[in-house]
Design a protein around this ligand. Structure first.
Ligand SMILES: [Zn+2]
Length: 106
């Protein structure tokens, strides 16, 4: 359980979309997709997938980006934000985060 919890209220500096999502971009992951249907059209066969899961053991965060315009978040030095602590700082500086009251106040 975390000491503090924050709700993310991301507003993209690049496209200005309010209430949009910031998404984590992972690299070096193995993804597993259940194949439910196969569709053949001309010479092409394409699958329809059921449940998707992934193995995050080797995963690394590549960046955080706007889910709308896919622009990566960068700090003042132009460095791409690529860990959760840096993401928290980035959001705090831009007032895009709200601390959620902890249990002791209820
Ligand atoms: Zn955007």
């Amino acid at each position: 359980m975390s000491d503090k919890e924050y709700r993310v209220d991301f507003k993209c500096p690049a496209c200005g979309e309010d209430g949009n999502k910031v998404e984590e971009v992972l690299t070096h992951v193995h993804q597993y997709s259940e194949v439910d249907f196969l569709g053949a059209s001309g010479g092409t066969v394409a699958a329809d997938y059921g449940a998707v899961s992934y193995d995050g053991d080797t995963a690394e965060v590549e960046s955080y980006r706007c889910a709308h315009c896919c622009e990566n978040l960068v700090d003042e030095q132009g460095v791409i934000v690529s860990d959760e602590a840096a993401l928290l700082e980035w959001l705090k500086k831009r007032n895009m985060i709200t601390e959620i009251n902890s249990d002791e106040e209820t």
